[in-house]
Design a protein around this ligand. Sequence first.
Ligand SMILES: Cc1cc2nc3c(=O)[nH]c(=O)nc-3n(C[C@H](O)[C@H](O)[C@H](O)COP(=O)(O)O)c2cc1C
Length: 323
Amino acid sequence: MKTRITELFGIAHPIIQGGMHFVGFAELAAAVSNAGALGIITGLTQRTPEALANEIRRCREVTDKPFGVNLTFLPIVNTPDYPGYVRAIIEGGVKVVETAGNNPQAVLPALHGAGVKVIHKCTSVRHALKAQSIGCDAVSVDGFECGGHPGEDDIPNFILLPRAADELKVPFVASGGMADGRSLVAALALGAEGINMGTRFIATKEAPVHENVKQAIVAATELDTRLIMRPLRNTERVLRNPAVDRLLEKERTLGNRIKFEDIIDEVAGVYPRIMTEGLMDAGAWSCGMVAGLIHDVPTVKELVDRIMREAESIISGRLRGML
Ligand SMILES: Cc1cc2nc3c(=O)[nH]c(=O)nc-3n(C[C@H](O)[C@H](O)[C@H](O)COP(=O)(O)O)c2cc1C
């Protein structure tokens, strides 16, 4: 399947693995790229630019296919050394960066100067248009269904994607709620040129996270996610657990007086305990509604091949049969 996204990134299949904190290590990114899709290392999971440089080297040892790095601009107090991370990306020869969280303008000149393509992930048409206007090469349009940060507009992909298609000139992929060949064909029909998946890629053999995380996703239904941190305007979709219930109770009790410090136990520094140690109730962790469509833990290659097979059979079988 050839789209403007496969052409732009030099990949065989129009599928991207979105950056994921404490999930997007070299093992997963390389497995995704080796399967013909685009794997992405999560930049800020590496504590320093040197650690990221090393992770990029580790990835390159196991794949000769294109892979990317995610740079998330966070609303946090201690700003990471973004120029250092950008240097590590450029010196590591990485040719794709997925930006997210905030306007990536500050890093664009350096990245573009080094021939790096930038795909900006955002949750609204206005932010997508802004990304296009500042020169991003592509956009990842992240609907309300998505795991992680869906923004504050709450527009699901059935509306958001055709709206993006009506307005954007740069190619875009559909992100949020994507799981299988049906998702891919629907995304293409709505105007996207591919899909970006987060949660689905966690439940794969190669994802370097604790087995408990994969099983929690397989066991979850589409009813099991919750939105947290809305009063802080930093909304995150997470899998429900006792820590999330506790956090939501604090939000209810404190109302608009709530501060980040009030929920610090449930959200700060919890990712290594959950993803690495498998302590599933240690805090809140991002997970999409798409968990309701995930029932197995295949290898990344099995997953990507299955999505492409299913998409092709829908297009050339079911849809053609309706004409
Ligand atoms: C566990 C987890 C961690 C994530 N961490 C990040 C992150 O650090 N930076 C980022 O840009 N997106 C992050 N995301 C969002 C994903 O890249 C992707 O946009 C999202 O998962 C798409 O929705 P889906 O889960 O329905 O596929 C994360 C998602 C999950 C599930």
